[in-house]
Design a protein around this ligand. Structure first.
Ligand SMILES: Cc1ncc(COP(=O)(O)O)c(C=O)c1O
Length: 374
């Protein structure tokens, strides 16, 4: 605020410094070559898809268990999202089910690392290569997640992040796209900065582009947050392992299983799945309300995308044909998405900040949940 620089300027003429430094620092942290900071995680997905050539008439396969933005960003490109069911243990996209959803209109896949838990990216990349599909990893929950030696966001063509208020790294709102290809980074930059090109005259607009640039002020906030992040990330990972070990001792309850090959996890949320018959037939809502009344911050998980009203009524965008989608009307019935529908009916989640509290507090939560069985 004291600098008076509210605008980052352009690559050839910096007005502020935080926007440019944050991009470098976040790219370093995520171990990628490029980072382009934007206003939020939703437009980050949209810009990455647009830069990869996704548009009218294309289909994009998206995990069914996620926040609406993973799919609404696809809708914003005029493409059609196609929903993929999840694995019951890891709660992320079931890569084995992706192939059966591919048609001659499929252009891209958006795997979502739910709660920071990586999708099996090695297997997904093989499928994408075979069918020549682009991958945009939705890493909104996955700052710091590492799978088989590589930080997430680097497996696909691009990875997108959110810095919205509830996230592990936040500036209230904000987002970023990482990638390792120089041309793709330039294209993304043009899309988010009015069609400008790096180091060119700023009133020259070369391609279609809009304004999704992050503000200098948000970037300044994020730089401070990022400097604290690595210690918090280590603590969250250690406490998550401890919490999971204790919770999994309770019969009839299990925690989200980290995908085999996961070395670090962003832990944006910590989901648990319970068997109502082992908990006096408690409904999921009754379950988390009991926890809330005892001062334990717990919430509902995301309703599966296929069940959202906007994907039951198919009039999302004028002029777009959604009739080939695997949702809409009766196609949105839960029976067509059996795993996610079952999991959603009996899962709740803890927020990431709980994993920063003392272990004694986590033990009290475990004891309280165990007492619900009596
Ligand atoms: C999985 C997922 N993707 C994308 C987004 C969109 O991020 P934003 O709220 O910054 O637009 C979110 C936001 O919570 C999210 O949870």
């Amino acid at each position: 605020m004291r600098s008076g620089n509210w605008w980052a300027g352009s690559p050839g003429q910096h007005r502020g410094e935080n926007y440019w430094k944050f991009q470098e620092e976040f790219a370093d942290f995520q171990e990628s070559k490029h980072c382009i900071a934007v206003v939020n995680g939703t437009v980050a997905i949209e810009a990455a898809l647009l830069a990869l050539g996704v548009g009218l008439g294309d289909e994009v396969i998206v995990s069914d268990y996620t926040f609406v933005a993973s799919a609404s960003a696809v809708v914003a490109t005029n493409a059609v999202p196609i929903f993929c069911d999840i694995r019951p243990d890891t709660l992320v996209m079931d890569v084995k089910k992706v192939e059966e959803l591919i048609t001659d209109r499929t252009k891209a896949i958006v795997p979502v690392h739910l709660g920071g838990n990586p999708v099996e990216m090695d297997k997904l990349v093989e499928i994408a290569d075979q069918y020549e599909l682009a991958i945009v990893e939705d890493c909104a929950h996955a700052q710091g997640s590492r799978f088989k030696g590589k930080r997430v966001g680097n497996w696909g063509d691009a990875g997108t992040f959110s810095f919205q208020a509830s996230k592990v790294l936040t500036s209230g709102e904000g987002g970023a796209i990482i990638c390792n290809d120089d041309d793709l980074a330039d294209t993304i930059y043009s899309i988010i900065d009015c069609g400008r090109m790096k180091n060119q005259y700023s009133y020259a607009h070369f391609v279609y582009g809009t304004n999704y640039r992050m503000s200098e002020f948000l970037a300044a906030l994020l730089r401070t947050q990022l400097s604290k992040f690595p210690d918090q990330h280590i603590r969250r990972n250690e406490h998550a392992r401890y919490f999971a070990d204790k919770l999994n001792e309770i019969k009839g309850l299990r925690t989200m299983k980290p995908t085999p090959g996961t070395e670090e996890l962003g832990w944006y949320v910590f989901p648990i799945v319970f068997e109502p018959e082992k908990f006096n037939e408690l409904t999921k809502i009754a379950f988390y309300k009991k926890l809330n009344r005892n001062g334990i911050p717990t919430d509902d998980c995301y309703p599966p995308l296929h069940s959202l009203q906007c994907f039951k009524d198919i009039n999302l965008r004028k002029g777009i044909d959604y009739s080939m989608a695997n949702w809409g009307g009766h196609k949105s019935d839960d029976s067509n998405f059996p795993i996610v529908s079952d999991i959603y009916s009996r899962s709740v989640e803890f927020p990431q900040y709980m994993l920063l509290s003392e272990k004694e507090k986590l033990v009290k939560v475990v004891d309280f949940i165990a007492s619900l069985k009596e």
